[in-house]
Design a protein around this ligand. Structure first.
Ligand code: FAD
Length: 305
């Protein structure tokens, strides 16, 4: 029998590394769901797990609390997201010190979206850091941190062209960024073309694809149109008619994400960042398919063989 195109390659799991992104929970129910998710994903030994930061620092306390709990109660390494929105430099510097004091060594440095919402004009705080590159500089001078930044395979909606976009990424790298994590995308050719553009511009840090398993296609399609990510027609067709069929939706979503990741592995990509939406199932399934498994699962597999 022919091997399926996307069956597990014998040693893919040794080559592939993953990280997971969470957002700080707002309610007790959401908190419980996040910790179920963290507990389920922890045995997969991600390189790090990152915790987002709300617009205008609106989640500063919740982000800090979540990062602290990850540090104190898990074996995971947290990365704290930070933004520059509506904050003076001394305030941002204070947040960096607060995280560093907790033992945080990894950051994801972002400009952030305007507090009035995506699509409105961004105005830096008069005494603040103007963009992601300036924040990277502030982090670099505050300590020897691992600093990730954003990258946009379809360019950031505010960038007039790819040259401007890549130029901003270059400034972030020149200021000390060690890794870029991309906005989610569904067309791997766009990612590959972006990486080629970055390499031609002399950017050699890893550009880690951000993978968004589609928990709710309607929501993802709406969000994509706001952040400039293309939703290909084939993707819409896959989810067509599944609005009220969550089980089939989840099965299709895990197949779509696994296909995307496998294709990227075949193109030589070894690191993946998953936007978990604080839910474990799809990410766990995709990791399983690419060979990222807990020791217990591996041991059970070899005992059964
Ligand atoms: P920058 O890298 O500073 O700039 C982004 C682009 O905008 C650049 O490519 C540049 O070309 C263009 N640009 C910037 N300034 C100008 C200008 N003056 N004129 C022309 N073009 C300009 N948001 C949050 O609020 N919290 C989070 O935790 C968070 N996490 C994220 C994680 C990842 C991996 C990604 C990809 C995004 C995340 N975001 C988050 C969203 C991000 O804040 C927004 O996309 C925001 O609009 C840009 O932030 P940035 O750091 O990418 O900006």
């Amino acid at each position: 029998m022919n091997q399926f195109r996307f069956s597990r390659h014998p040693d893919i799991g040794d080559k592939v590394r993953v990280s997971f992104e969470f957002f700080p929970p707002k309610t007790e129910d959401m908190e419980a769901r996040l910790w179920d998710t963290v507990t389920r994903l922890e045995p997969l030994k991600p390189r790090f797990v990152s915790v987002t930061y709300g617009a205008g620092g609106s989640t500063r306390e919740r982000t800090a609390r979540t990062v602290k709990r990850i540090l104190n109660q898990t074996t995971l390494t947290p990365a704290a997201h930070m933004t520059c929105v509506d904050a003076a430099r001394h305030q941002v510097d204070g947040v960096i010190q607060e995280f560093a004091g907790m033992g945080v060594t990894r950051f994801v440095a972002l400009r952030g979206d305007p507090a009035a919402g995506v699509g409105t004009a961004y105005r830096p705080h008069p005494d603040g850091y103007a963009n992601g590159a300036e924040l990277v500089g502030a982090l670099k001078s505050a300590g020897d941190f691992d600093i990730s930044v954003s990258a946009y395979p379809e360019k950031h909606p505010e960038s007039p062209d790819f040259a401007t976009d890549i130029d901003m990424l270059k400034r972030k790298v020149d200021n000390g960024a060690t890794r870029a994590i991309t906005q989610f995308f569904f067309d791997n050719d766009l990612y590959e073309r972006y990486v080629e553009r970055a390499r031609r511009a002399g950017i050699y840090i890893p550009i880690v694809p951000g993978i968004l398993p589609v928990h709710n296609f309607t929501q993802v399609a709406n969000f994509s149109s706001r952040c400039g990510a293309l939703v290909p027609a084939w993707l819409a067709e896959r989810f067509e008619g599944l609005e009220n069929d969550p089980q089939t939706h989840a099965l299709v979503a895990s197949a779509v994400a696994a296909e995307q990741v496998h294709d990227l592995v075949e193109r030589g990509v070894g690191d993946f960042h998953f936007y978990t939406m604080n839910r474990a199932d799809l990410v766990f399934a995709v990791c399983h398919m690419i060979g990222i498994r807990s020791r217990e699962a591996e041991a059970a597999g070899s005992a059964a063989a």
